[in-house]
Ligand binder design. Structure first.
Ligand SMILES: Nc1ncnc2c1ncn2[C@@H]1O[C@H](COP(=O)(O)OP(=O)(O)OP(=O)(O)O)[C@@H](O)[C@H]1O
Ligand SMILES: C[C@H](N)[C@H](N)CCCCCC(=O)O
Ligand SMILES: [Mg+2]
Length: 280
């Protein structure tokens, strides 16, 4: 346990399930969704900030894995900024990925961190330790459980300061970091990755949440520097407008936008060569 990680307040045994021998009806033996490791079953989707495209990337990961025949559940532990009866992030995942196995554990109407929104609502905060237990139960019968945080990595879920990084650590889950392409993202991404490293949260990959048709100088320059910061090629780039596609088009965009480690066909070198500055 590092100084940076909160201890789990409940008895919780980290467990990862092996990939099933056969995936889906036409699945080949031993072939699960390509998530970098056959034993990865819980992945946290975090971001450098709120509004960076976490929901779209979560839907893309779910769509590609489900299309490969994997059983996928998507969890939004704490949804804020949405009232009862209004559509939340999971409704967007449901619409884009055509997935019904979605789970929201708490909802607070004010558009704030889950901790602040619970305080304002005068209700107890969401306990991420309980979320860990519920995710563990889900993972017993799913090949993949995706967990979308609220805002960035260190957003608080309670007044003790429990974060999605703690949840990832308790579950032994790697995290996908969704980043903006433009000016400012290098610092935000570096801070996020450094905080993860200090907390012992493994990086599953950096994905740009929304790449515009007309990238500016900083965006083009940032491709190389994001890869330097992450010490690996980009794990995906979702095109601007992906959130408005219909499910069939979205699946195609998800395949093209996610790297082979996530089951897609995105080629970071090709993207870097065609959009980066290095060729000039
Ligand atoms: N690739 C994309 N194509 C189209 N729209 C996008 C894309 N990425 C993000 N958006 C839009 O940008 C806004 C913010 O994105 P999103 O809701 O995914 O952010 P988030 O990181 O999930 O934020 P939160 O912390 O609220 O969960 C949304 O309105 C979403 O529809
Ligand atoms: C309301 C918003 N869309 C998210 N659900 C919550 C974002 C919390 C961000 C807190 C912060 O980093 O200042
Ligand atoms: Mg979201």
């Amino acid at each position: 346990m590092t100084l940076w990680t909160r201890p789990c307040p409940i008895r919780f045994h980290r467990r990862q399930i092996p990939a099933p021998k056969t995936v889906g009806s036409g699945g080949r033996p031993g072939r699960g969704p390509a998530l970098g490791c056959r034993f990865v079953s819980v992945v946290v989707v975090t971001g450098t900030c709120t509004g960076v495209g976490k929901t779209v990337v979560t839907a893309a990961l779910a769509a590609v894995a489900a299309a490969r025949g994997a059983s996928v559940a998507v969890v939004k532990p704490g949804q804020t900024g949405v009232r009862d009866g209004e559509p939340g992030d999971l409704d967007e995942v449901r619409r884009l990925a055509g997935l019904d196995d979605v789970h929201e554990f708490a909802r607070f109407p004010d558009p704030l961190s889950p901790a602040a929104a619970a305080r304002r609502a005068g209700v107890p905060p969401l306990r991420l330790a309980d979320v860990a237990e519920r995710v563990q139960a889900l993972s017993a019968t799913r090949r993949l459980v995706l967990i979308e945080g609220a805002g960035g990595l260190l957003v608080r879920y309670d007044d003790e300061g429990t974060t999605i990084a703690d949840l990832a650590r308790w579950l032994g889950a790697a995290a996908v970091v969704v980043a903006r392409p433009g000016l400012g993202t290098l610092n935000h991404t570096a801070l996020t990755l450094e905080a993860m490293a200090h907390r012992g949260v493994q990086l599953a990959g950096v994905v740009i949440g929304e790449w515009p048709d007309d990238p500016d100088l900083a965006m083009r320059s940032n491709i190389r520097d994001l890869e330097t910061i992450a010490a690996r090629p980009l794990s995906g780039v979702m095109p601007a407008g992906a959130g408005a596609l219909d499910p069939a088009e979205f699946l195609l965009a998800a395949h093209r936008g996610l790297a082979p480690s996530f089951g897609g066909t995105f080629d970071a070198a090709v993207f870097r060569d065609s959009h980066g500055l290095d060729k000039e």
